[in-house]
Ligand binder design. Structure first.
Ligand code: C2E
Ligand code: CA
Ligand code: CA
Ligand code: CA
Length: 270
């Protein structure tokens, strides 16, 4: 026992990796239960590539572990999924993002906020109810929220995930397929879901023929294409030529604290 309600059990056979993982899980659970402020949200602007106008933001979870310092989301999201903590974590990120967006809507009433949803969260039958509740409590219009899911959740059109996605769509929330093209969804599966945005996987940002195909597919599905991971002026030029209306990347802005986004919106005159 380390005090402060933290309990860890070690076994001599455990290696450093297992020890780190166990500690991350214990600490993350503690931070979520106490609302310690160690879990924060960074926001990356989504822009129109032609003029750079900010049209939305993506919320990205950040966590500082008391022992190990900053831990990347690829690591702590996996820990949260395995430990059953992703529901609480996802709810916290969504609540923070919605509460923040209320302030931004004073400057830019149509600013969209995108939030990542883990496949594990979609297994809970009450996810759509919970999202509806958080939207109502924050006073944010469902049309201004976009939930990002990965292709894998589109595999089973009759499962709990599909029911959740349809219920979310009925609420009026937008749905984006994240990392599109990196997974294994088939065209026929895509058609069965009410999708609003296809986010071309970052690995395609230097591949104009694939970017064109994603844009064409988005059009065929009645969705919008978005390119992420844009870092160079040449990549931007290509996207403009291909007619992309949305993009994200270090070329415009890194994920940053909410105040930095507020400044950028102010500087752009709202
Ligand atoms: P993602 O949803 O695909 O998010 C985009 C990632 O690309 C972010 O990494 C972002 O910082 C990074 N990125 C943005 N622009 C550029 C660029 O121009 N170049 C490069 N090289 N990278 C760029 P991050 O923040 O480390 O997040 C990693 C992943 O963790 C996310 O990938 C997402 O899958 C997951 N994640 C983050 N926050 C959450 C969350 O609240 N819930 C869930 N379920 N997953 C989250
Ligand atoms: Ca995402
Ligand atoms: Ca992505
Ligand atoms: Ca990802």
């Amino acid at each position: 026992a380390r005090g402060r309600g933290l309990v860890e059990v070690f076994d001599d056979s455990m290696g450093a990796v297992a020890e780190r993982r166990l500690h991350l899980e214990t600490q993350l659970r503690h931070d979520l239960e106490t609302g310690s402020g160690a879990l924060t949200v960074a926001f990356q602007p989504v822009v129109e590539p032609a003029g750079g106008r900010i049209v939305g933001v993506e919320a990205l979870a950040r966590w500082s572990c008391a022992r190990y310092g900053a831990v990347g989301p690829d690591e702590f999201i996996a820990v949260a999924e395995d430990a059953g903590l992703i529901h609480d974590l996802g709810r916290s990120v969504l609540r923070i993002a919605l509460e923040q967006s209320v302030w931004w809507h004073r400057l830019r009433p149509d600013l969209e906020v995108a939030v990542n949803v883990s496949p594990v969260q979609l297994h809970r039958a009450d996810l759509a109810d919970e999202v509806g509740h958080l939207l109502a409590r924050a006073g944010v219009s469902p049309q201004l929220l976009c939930l990002e899911v990965t292709e894998g959740v589109l595999l089973d059109p009759h499962g709990a995930s599909a029911a959740n996605l349809r219920a979310l769509h009925e609420l009026g929330v937008k749905l984006a397929v994240d990392d599109f093209g990196a997974g294994y969804s088939s065209l026929s599966q895509l058609r069965r879901f009410p999708l609003d945005v296809l986010k071309a996987d970052r690995s395609f940002v230097d591949d104009p023929p694939i970017l064109r195909a994603v844009a064409d597919l988005a059009t065929a599905l009645g969705a919008q294409a978005l390119a992420e991971g844009v870092e160079t002026p040449e990549q931007r030029r290509q996207l403009v030529e291909l007619g992309y209306a949305r993009a994200q990347g270090y070329l415009w802005a890194r994920p940053q604290p909410a105040d930095a986004v507020t400044e950028a919106l102010r500087a752009a005159g709202g």
